[in-house]
Design a protein. Structure first.
Lengths: 894, 116
């Protein structure tokens, strides 16, 4: 039935579409035939031929209207009209290239900015993590009053694993890099120790070989390894017989038991952090060594919820287990609670707000661009009012006019969308280059089909949004009035003007909100880069080296290596100072020691004395340019034979010895109730300046440094810091060869300039401030165009009035003032509303700001003045034109 | 679109289909036939005839063919398709049902209201 229907209709539709002339001719002939016969009939009834024809026509009740009705029946009218509208639109747009260019360009910029930010958001926030049922993955940590987020104790983990009912699987991981040697150049591998079930939890199993199992957790069973696909390909030539092969890691033989697939991603970790991504080279078993103790915390938990178990339920269960453990092991496990955080939140969470702020900013830009486009269209519609009136008089239905005008706006927005797609492609590239390498999921940001779909959608929606108001407005135009006013142009109807004023005011409002945001972020960024970091980054080279336990078994052998190395480095003519330390500023190091004894002090109730612990060689501070506040730096006498000494930072001095001289005070890390002559007392010999964990932190944490030879325990890797007299990058090969001359099996890793580290810490705020400033400039430019458009239009409508005024003796300045006041009324209203909106939105920005309040009066005032100044400028140009009004012309016209 | 004001809505289609079921005709002849068969009761304006014809053609109920007419001028002749025949049956049945129902209502006698 349906098919039979199509049999008749499809050829008809095709004919109507593609043989339009023939179809039209047929229609004419058919009606003509009817008219001729009818005329004849009337003549035969005795009417004169002319009268007969007129009567026949009248019977048809309007020939053109009937024809149009017949056309409507063809069902392809929609397409036909569309193609007509398109032709018409392209023609009219081509005739106004300036208008078209401004429209398309502003739309392209606004939509393109949205697409670019959308691709970032899609990559970072919308795309699922690449783990099966990723929404069931959680990370767990400990939390206490002093430490909001703390690693897990390994023996606590065993109890969690045995007692919980919420999780399908649960695992521990702990960063523990290894040095690969024996195949080519030695290389430091990013490695993690992981318990059985780690890969199972993530849901990604080895492509070859096996996963860790419980037997791998037994003490002494750690010498097996699962390698990443990348390592397997780059270092082992994708050897299919890799399983069972022995590789040398940290100078010990490990057996390869598995190769992970290419899609394995490290879930990101907190302690000695490696961000989420394809960056871990190797995993080896986490073994439970030694006797049960509950004091050490250095491993991180990850778990997979059973289907249907909520995070809250799991959290409650874990906390009840923790409470049991606290009863069983009051010394180590008291005071701790468990933190269960969805993996997604853990990876994306901190940057969500940043991205949402950016999204908000581009959204505002798009709104302004819409208002602007609507405004320009309205201005155009005003000058086309006569044309519209004529079309209406000729019988164009209102819906038809609206459709035609919407076609125009949609065409503009689609052109804008095309431009936007280009902008998005390049913008995203630039954006990704600007983002710090450890920005979560930065590698997942791509411009793909969905981004283009988004662009198209936004473009179409934009076209409708900015086209609808002008289309409705101008199609309502009163035919009679417009035809009568004719070519002289009319003063816009009150409603028309009101709409345009509203648009301009809201443009200024939105631009003002963005400008205030940009101003705040800019001030905050200036604060950030002007704040003394506490070190001097220029001309400092840093690198890390790790000594395998196997070859460097004891303190003296390690010390010997570093003394040799420092001596070599110091002998290089380009080296100003060189040192060894446990870590570098601003690299995420946050190792804490708590519960030490300070001579003569008692900790506040329910609290420990605690501080970040570090280790440093004598010239470490000099090499990094960390200033000495009082006392002295370490020297060569602060060795194993010497008296134990300590350097602390100013924050620690202030925290535990407020207002006192701390040089000579003593701290004990090993005895709970040491006697005054205990040999473990460390004496403070110096106080150095503070360095915050990250530049955005409000203050530095209390911290101290052990003298390198006196450090009570080994560090897995140490940082070399070299301050050069020249370009530090030129020293890299000299440092590497200095190391390999001492021990050719050692790898130099993490070679970075201190300036790079400093820059990387500022790159996220830099990206935000750059983008928001860019968007704000775009916004205020659009608002200026909008203001200019409205004022300039109203001036052109009022030229006669101005001419009259000049004729009656008005000075140019009077005219300028008249025009300016009209524009500034709108702008001032916009700025005032904008300031209030910004105040209301201040909360959104507050934790992205550093050293400036989200309601900073200076920023608000400056931005308000700036916006007004720009608006004044935008009004001034048309105002100037108003002064050129010719009184003669005005008088003649009246 | 102007509606045939003097005709019950939709019946124009039925009339055209019925007329064409007898023989293929051109638009002019259909208009003549309409006046002829219905007398002056059903005034079908020329204006509404052609849009209706085009509508029926686009629905696939009638099909058109250009043929020489009586005085050798080319005219567009419409004829009923198989689908059109079915449609005619359906519309005719609908019409009969509707008109019966209406005449039933119209011929109702006034009855005394029941007492409560």
């Amino acid at each position: 039935m349906r098919i039979e229907h199509w049999l008749y209709t499809i050829p008809l539709r095709l004919r109507s579409l593609f043989r339009r002339n023939q179809v039209e001719q047929d229609l004419n002939d058919e009606l003509q035939y009817h008219l001729d016969h009818k005329t004849e009939q009337y003549i035969s009834r005795g009417l004169s031929p002319a009268e007969a024809r007129r009567t026949a026509l009248r019977d048809l009740d309007g020939l053109t209207q009937r024809k149009e009705e017949c056309r409507d029946m063809r069902r392809v009218n929609f397409i036909e009209n569309l193609s007509q509208d398109l032709h018409y639109t392209l023609r009219t747009l081509a005739r106004a290239p300036g208008f078209t260019l401004v429209m398309v360009l502003t739309l392209a910029l606004a939509i393109g900015a949205n697409s670019a930010i959308f691709s970032v958001i899609r990559g970072v926030m919308l795309r699922h993590l690449p783990y099966p049922n990723q929404d069931r993955l959680v990370r767990f940590f400990l939390t206490s009053v002093e430490y909001p987020k703390f690693p897990i104790n390994a023996f606590d983990f065993l109890d969690f694993r045995a007692r919980n009912r919420s999780f399908e699987t649960m695992a521990l991981m702990s960063r523990s890099d290894l040095q690969l040697s024996g195949v080519g150049e030695p290389q430091r591998l990013m490695a993690f120790r992981a318990t059985a079930g780690y890969f199972h939890t993530l849901g990604i199993l080895p492509q070859r070989g096996r996963d860790f199992d419980r037997s791998d957790e037994l003490p002494g069973h750690e010498r097996v390894a699962i390698v990443s696909d990348r390592l397997w390909r780059t270092r082992f030539h994708a050897d299919p017989n890799i399983l069972g092969a022995k590789i040398r890691l940290d100078a010990r033989a490990f057996t390869v038991i598995g190769v992970m697939p290419e899609q394995m991603r490290h879930p990101g970790n907190e302690y000695r952090p490696i961000p989420y991504g394809d960056n871990v080279d190797l995993w080896w078993p986490f073994t439970f060594e030694g006797k049960d103790q509950r004091g050490n915390h250095y491993s991180e938990g990850i778990a997979r919820l059973k289907p249907g178990v909520s995070v809250a339920a799991a959290l409650a269960e874990m906390n009840s287990i923790m409470a049991q453990l606290a009863r069983e092991h009051p010394d180590g496990d008291g005071g701790w609670h468990v933190l269960v955080i969805p993996l997604y939140t853990e990876i994306v969470g901190s940057n969500q707000r940043t991205l949402l702020v950016l999204l908000g900013a581009v959204g505002l830009v798009l709104l302004i661009a819409c208002a602007n486009a609507a405004n320009l269209l309205l201005a155009r519609a005003a000058s086309r009012r006569r044309e519209i009136a004529v079309r209406k008089a000729l019988g164009a239905a209102r819906s038809r006019l609206i459709r035609q005008m919407l076609t125009e706006s949609t065409v503009l927005s689609i052109f804008g969308g095309l431009g936007a797609a280009l902008i998005a492609v390049f913008g995203v590239k630039a954006l990704v280059a600007m983002l710090p390498a450890d920005f979560p999921r930065v590698n997942d940001i791509h411009v793909d089909f969905s981004v283009f779909a988004f662009t198209l959608l936004i473009a179409l929606a934009t076209g409708l949004l900015f086209g609808l108001a002008p289309a409705l407005q101008s199609s309502r135009a009163d035919i009679n009035q417009n035809l009568r006013e004719g070519a002289r142009g009319s003063t816009g109807s009150a409603r028309h003007l009101r709409l345009r004023n509203l648009l301009v005011t809201s443009e200024v409002t939105l631009a003002c909100v963005l400008l205030i945001g940009a101003g705040l972020l800019l001030r905050s960024f200036v604060n950030l880069i002007q704040t003394d970091p506490g070190f001097r980054a220029e001309r400092v080279l840093t690198a890390s080296v790790a000594l395998p336990n196997e070859t460097y078994k004891d303190g003296p052998s390690i010390l010997r290596f570093y003394n040799l190395l420092l001596a070599r480095l110091q002998s290089l003519p380009a080296v100003h100072a060189s040192g060894i330390g446990s870590d570098l500023p601003w690299t995420g190091y946050d190792d804490n020691v708590g519960g030490f004894v300070i001579e003569g002090k008692k900790p506040p109730p329910h609290e420990n004395f605690h501080a970040r612990y570090h280790m440093a060689s004598p010239d470490y501070f000099r090499a990094l340019g960390i200033p000495l506040v009082s006392g002295r730096f370490f020297n060569d006498d602060d060795n194993m034979k010497g008296h134990p000494v300590l350097i602390i930072n100013r924050a620690m001095a202030k925290r535990y010895w407020p207002g006192e001289n701390v040089i000579g005070r003593r701290v004990n890390f090993f005895e709970d109730n040491p006697k005054p002559d205990d040999k473990n007392w460390c004496t403070i010999v110096g106080v150095v300046g503070d360095i915050k964990d990250t530049p955005q932190k409000a203050g530095a944490e209390p911290a101290f440094w052990w003298s390198f030879p006196q450090t009570p325990f080994g560090f897995p890797s140490l940082m070399i810091t070299v301050r050069a007299n020249t370009d530090p990058a030129s020293l890299v090969s000299a440092v590497r060869s200095s190391i390999q001359e001492i021990d050719p099996t050692l790898a130099l890793a993490d070679v970075r300039l201190m300036q790079q580290i400093a820059q990387a810490n500022l790159s996220t705020p830099r990206v935000i401030v750059t983008l928001v400033a860019l968007f704000a400039v775009l916004a205020i430019t659009l608002a200026a165009i909008g203001t200019y458009g409205v004022i300039s239009y109203s001036v052109s409508q009022r030229m006669q009035e101005f001419g009259m005024r000049v004729a009656l003796g008005a000075k140019p300045w009077d005219v300028i003032r008249l025009v300016l006041s009209q524009g500034m009324k709108l702008a001032t209203l916009g700025v005032v509303i904008g300031v209030f909106c910004a105040l209301a939105l201040a909360r959104v920005l507050s934790n992205l700001l550093y050293g400036v309040s989200a309601t900073d009066p200076a920023t608000f005032a400056i931005v308000a003045l700036l916006a007004l100044a720009i608006a004044a400028l935008a009004c001034y140009l048309p105002a100037r034109r108003a002064t050129t009004a010719d009184p003669i012309v005005a008088l003649r016209a009246e | 679109m102007s509606k045939p004001s003097d005709l019950v809505q939709g019946t124009l289609h039925l009339l055209i289909l019925k007329i064409l079921a007898l023989e293929p005709l051109n638009g002019w002849s259909i208009s003549q036939r309409l006046t002829q068969v219905s007398g002056d009761v059903l005034q079908v304006s020329d204006g509404s005839l052609y849009p209706a014809l085009h509508k029926l053609e686009q629905e696939g109920w009638i099909t058109a063919e250009w043929k020489p007419s009586e005085n050798n001028r080319r005219a567009k002749f419409y004829s009923l398709t198989r689908l059109g025949r079915k449609q005619l049956e359906k519309e005719a049945a609908d019409w009969t049902r509707l008109s019966q129902a209406i005449s039933h209502v119209v011929s109702l006698k006034k009855t005394a209201p029941e007492k409560a």
